[in-house]
Write a protein that binds this ligand. Sequence first.
Ligand code: IMP
Ligand code: MG
Length: 172
Amino acid sequence: MLNLDTLISEEQLQARIKELGAQISKDYAGKEIIVLCILKGGVMFMTDLVKHIDVPLKMEFMVVSSYGDEYKSSGVVKVLKDLDEPIIGKNVLIVEDIIDSGRTLSCIQKMLQERGAESIKLCTLLDKKEERVTEVRVDYVGFPIGNEFVIGYGLDYKQYYRNLPYIAVNRG
Ligand code: IMP
Ligand code: MG
């Protein structure tokens, strides 16, 4: 068992997600978007976020495995489940739980760009900016955080804790 402290409460998460939804709706006014959730971590965030977006959208899901240990990704990304539809000419908004080294997302961004999307933007709930080793353009950030291992609201430790409605940090 981990010794958990709340880092971002459910109320803080929901308030910020509402703001992000409003901003995204404004930025994409008059357009249609494909909201692409990177499973499994992005699932809670995506399902709450789309409730606050008022432009026409389709929800898509992608499963990638990024080999590494339980704390870090390796950046060797393998697509386990791809999008159901082509994205040529489409506006794609990628929704992720957290950007750490940036390896996973820079790989996904490159892959999607090659498929001829009209635009590709990235929305992450959490951003560990100081940990970046690869350049990634992030368009929307929920919360910048420090170099701490966090869990909850989609984020896991050995696949557990994704169901917490808040973000917690392990105090050991
Ligand atoms: P990156 O490729 O280093 O940016 O790794 C991003 C991925 O690593 C995320 O999608 C998570 O799966 C995982 N990850 C990074 N930091 C954390 C954390 O603090 N808690 C849980 N998972 C994390
Ligand atoms: Mg993830």
